[in-house]
Design a protein around this ligand. Structure first.
Ligand SMILES: [Zn+2]
Length: 121
């Protein structure tokens, strides 16, 4: 009787773990490029091509900032909202609208100018 119980317990314990012999290692997760469409696909393709800032969100460093040497800000549209951190220790950002074709001066004295940006793809 004890032998039957021992064999039943051993068989039950072995069945608790299921292991398959075939594993589809390459089909664990779908490649996002296969499902992406539209803007998401353009973003993935640009990143694959090495462009990590396709939405142009990087911070631009100001140049000397005179009226004849403004900081150039690219834009896809006729106007763009630009934030200037006027002082190194500033706790706020001075926001202003830049229009294409005009050079605008921030309160800190630096000049900014909008130019045409290159298309994403
Ligand atoms: Zn400023």
């Amino acid at each position: 009787m004890a032998g039957i119980i021992a064999r039943t317990i051993a068989a039950t314990a072995r069945r608790g773990v299921q292991v398959t012999t075939v594993r589809h290692a390459n089909k664990m997760m779908a490649d996002p490029m296969e499902h992406a469409t539209g803007l998401e696909r353009d973003e993935l393709m640009a990143k694959a091509a090495g462009n990590e800032d396709i939405f142009d969100m990087k911070v631009y460093k100001r140049v000397s900032g005179g009226a004849g040497n403004p900081t150039i800000v690219p834009s896809y549209y006729g106007r763009r909202l630009v934030g200037c951190i006027c002082e190194e220790d500033a706790t706020c950002i001075n926001w202003m609208w830049l229009e294409k074709g005009e050079t605008k001066r921030c309160e800190c004295g630096y000049f900014f100018q909008l130019t045409d940006a290159k298309p994403v793809v």
